[in-house]
Design a binder for this molecule. Structure first.
Ligand code: K1U
Ligand code: ZN
Length: 171
């Protein structure tokens, strides 16, 4: 297993729309394992393949307290939606920033698991927020897109500065 590099906003590769997975190969299973390891190490509660520069429709999650309930969603589709909730969101691709974002509350999600079996879940609360956040990543959308353009530009400027400082330290 391996820890993968997580792309950071405003990297344009985060804007790529991911393509459906047509076959669940050992390489896809290995990618899911690496993404879970990367998510746990970050630490985070979710990760989309887009964030590790793989533009396939795959996301991983674990919102359990003991970090022992990994979930893998291949080709996820949100099929039913109800209500509204606001949640203070973070993003591993936008480190150091948290903002309250309004999203759907109760959702139904259809996906494939790592064995290629279709499953459906209905959820609300944090799990619903996380799935919507990760599906947004697969569509090239970030939580900062829900903010004002002024706020988004400010975050972009601050992160670019941090990224310049970090790469100057390496060189
Ligand atoms: O997609 C990502 O960037 C992961 C993101 C998922 C997420 C969290 C909260 C609301 C919406 C989406 C994160 O995991 S941010 C980090 C985080 O929430 C966390 C970190 C350590 C412990 C617990 C949570
Ligand atoms: Zn994110």
């Amino acid at each position: 297993m391996a820890i993968l590099e997580i792309l950071e906003f405003p990297d344009p590769r985060l804007r790529t729309k991911a393509k459906p997975i047509v076959e669940i190969t050992p390489a896809i299973q290995a990618l899911a394992a690496d993404m879970l390891e990367t998510m746990y190490a970050a630490p985070g509660v979710g990760l989309a393949a887009t964030q590790v520069n793989v533009h396939k429709r795959l996301l991983v999650l674990d919102i359990s307290d003991d970090k022992n309930q990994p979930m893998v969603f291949i080709n996820p589709e949100i099929t039913a939606i109800e209500g509204e909730q606001s949640y203070e969101e973070g993003c591993l691709s936008v480190p150091g920033f948290q903002e309250s974002i309004k999203r759907l509350d109760r959702i139904r999600v259809n996906a494939l698991n790592l064995e290629g079996t279709a499953f459906e879940i209905e959820c609300d609360g944090l799990l619903s927020v996380c799935i919507q956040h990760e599906v947004d990543h697969l569509n090239g959308k970030l939580f900062v897109d829900y903010l004002s353009s002024l706020k988004r530009q400010l975050i972009s400027k601050k992160l670019k500065k941090q990224q310049r400082t970090a790469s100057a330290k390496i060189l």
